[in-house]
Structures are given as C-alpha cells and as structure tokens.
Design a protein around this ligand. Sequence first.
Ligand SMILES: Cc1cc2nc3c(=O)[nH]c(=O)nc-3n(C[C@H](O)[C@H](O)[C@H](O)COP(=O)(O)OP(=O)(O)OC[C@H]3O[C@@H](n4cnc5c(N)ncnc54)[C@H](O)[C@@H]3O)c2cc1C
Length: 346
Amino acid sequence: MVKVIVAGAGIMGLSTAYHLKQTIPEIDVVVYAKDFSPNLTSDGAAGLWEPYIPGETPIELVSKWSQSTYDYVLDKIRSDPDSGNYGLMTCLGYNCSTNSDMQLPYWSSIPLDYHLLNEHDVGKRFPSWIKSAASFTSVFIEGTKYLPYLTKKFIELGGQLYQREIYSLNEFNGECDVLVNCTGLGSKKLLKDDELYAVRGHILKVKANSIKEFLIVVEATGPEMCTYVLPNQDYIILGGTKQLNNYDLTPNNEDREFILRTTSSIYPCLKSAEILEEWVGLRPCRKSMRVEKENFVVKSSTGSENILKVVHNYGHGGSGLTVHWGCALETVKLVQEFLTEVEIKE
Ligand SMILES: Cc1cc2nc3c(=O)[nH]c(=O)nc-3n(C[C@H](O)[C@H](O)[C@H](O)COP(=O)(O)OP(=O)(O)OC[C@H]3O[C@@H](n4cnc5c(N)ncnc54)[C@H](O)[C@@H]3O)c2cc1C
C-alpha cells in the first residue's frame, strides 16, 4: 500500500493529512509529531483570517491560498450548523492606521464588504491617534477547537497519529513513498533552514463580553510592537508584539503594560478587564512560505544514498490559519504529482 507520512500536527499538518485522506482514501496516511493540540503555536493563535507577516512570499500565492481558505471556511459556516463548535465564525471588524491615507491592501477583494471609512466616521469611532480605517467581514478559525475537529475527521477516514520526535529526515529512508514536512518552526533545526526565524508574539486573553468586533492597527505601534483586539468565542485576545529572532517564551511586564495601554485607549472597558491567561508564541516566519517538492538525498547506515520524496508546507509566519486550507490543497496536489512518478516507475 502507498504510504505517506506527515510530520507535524499543527494546523498545516492536520489540514494536509485530512485533505490527503479525503482526496486519496486508498493510501495509508500517518501523522508523526513531537507535540499535539492544545500545546502548539496553532492553538495559541487568535485565528483571525488576515494575511500577516507573510515575508516576501509572492502576493499571488498569498492571495490564492488566503482566498481558498476564506471561501472554504465561509462555506462551512454557511452549510454546517456545527461549525461554531469547531471554532469557525464570521466577524465584522476594522483595520486601522496611524496615517491618514490608508491604502487598500492587495488582498482587499477577498473578504466580504471591504471598504474604507470616511474621515467623519473615523473621528467619531476611534481615538485621535487613529487617522484612517477600513472595515470588512473576516472569519475566525480557532485552533484549540479546530485542531481536535481535524484530528477526529482524519481518524474517521482511517488516518493514524503517533507521538514521535524526528531528528533527521534520514529516519524515513525506505519508510514511506512521500514525506510531507509540516513541522513549522521545527524545520529550522530539522532542515538547518536559515531562512526560518521566530517572530515572538505576546498576547493576553481577557474577559470583555461587550467587544464583538475585531480591530488591528496595521502599522507597528512601537518598536517591534503591534496593537490588536481579536474576539474568540470564550474570551478576547489582546496583542501584541512582533519581536524578530526572539525565542523567549516568558511573558514580561513591559509588553503586558504596552498591550493594555494601547488596546484600552481604543476600548476603555479593557482597563478593568479580567486577565484570564497570558501566552507567548513564536510565529514560524520565513523569507518566503515554503510549499514545494524536494528530492531529498537520504543516507542509510551503510553510507548508501537514496532519494526521499518530500513535500514541504511550513514557514507561514503570522498567517498559518489564514492560508491553511489553500496550502493543504497545494500540498496534496504536489503529493499526487510525486505518487504519479511512483506509479510510472512501477
Ligand atoms: C501570538 C500569535 C498570534 C497568531 N495569530 C494568528 C492569527 O490570528 N491568524 C493566523 O492566520 N495566524 C496567526 N498566527 C500564526 C500561526 O499560529 C502559525 O502560522 C501557525 O500556527 C503555524 O502552523 P504550523 O502547523 O506550521 O506550526 P505548529 O502549530 O507549530 O505545529 C508544528 C508541528 O510540528 C511538530 N514538530 C516540530 N518539530 C518537530 C520534530 N523535530 N519532530 C516531530 N514533530 C515536530 C510540532 O510538535 C507540531 O505538532 C499567530 C501566531 C502567534 C505566535
């Protein structure tokens, strides 16, 4: 039986594994990961659909993958009465700017009703340091609810998952027909990929039941700092930081004070909001998101060399949830191309 191994059980690994079993049910698909939900970067992310820190990934690709994901999630919300239970919801909100001439982003045609606000409405709605704003309907994909759903669907289709730390791709020599690498920031060590780096994100989860909209200030609001307010179903997420090559996972007072000061200047109710949890995560940023095939040379213990067919799907920066479904579709297509080569040889 044809066997495909997926390394990694975050949003990229699970969506790819699930879509592989959906598309080619007859193959054996096994997921190996060091850690699983709820302890992953994909769990801590707020899950807002909006392309964010995509590096130099060509905008046609970010647009294509973001569009597929937006359409897929919106369709689920419209067609599946249970979709809220696995973390999907629509939400109206704002992108705000500290400059008066906010430009339309390249992805503005993807979400529903993206439009710039007039000066009067901006002045009435926001504090004076916000100079322009746009509004649109986005979708949320909450990792802590969505990853268990993907896992369940994958297992129902016959997929298997095992805990395993991978130290080298050589381990897969002769073990599978194709390896799909979805190890996120783990690829830095695993592949010695110097183009991959962490962008540290510190967030607060607070109780603030009156906030029902999302808001992001699109520019940096301090050195390596950003400002956003993102509602999830059970709390509001306040951010944040975007500190390059900073691997410190401990929340600190300076960041916390900055987050509370900036977000409560927009929503005064946040001044007294109860902090439920604090979390620091590392965005797996890369010069360009890596979704591509590689004929990887593996060495056996006797020194002989073989080719391991690898499809990479990692390095999605601050946009993993935003592009996940589009990237899963692309990755499965690349796996199919490799499997066709295997068939031709046989
Ligand atoms: C503060 C913060 C907020 C964010 N908010 C958003 C948002 O609102 N919207 C959005 O789209 N994105 C957001 N992101 C980005 C998003 O979280 C990431 O892009 C996404 O989670 C990456 O998914 P992944 O599956 O590649 O990685 P991960 O979730 O990190 O999963 C990687 C998997 O690989 C496994 N692995 C790694 N190395 C090995 C190894 N050597 N052996 C075996 N297994 C291994 C891990 O155990 C894990 O299972 C945010 C990120 C942060 C930090």
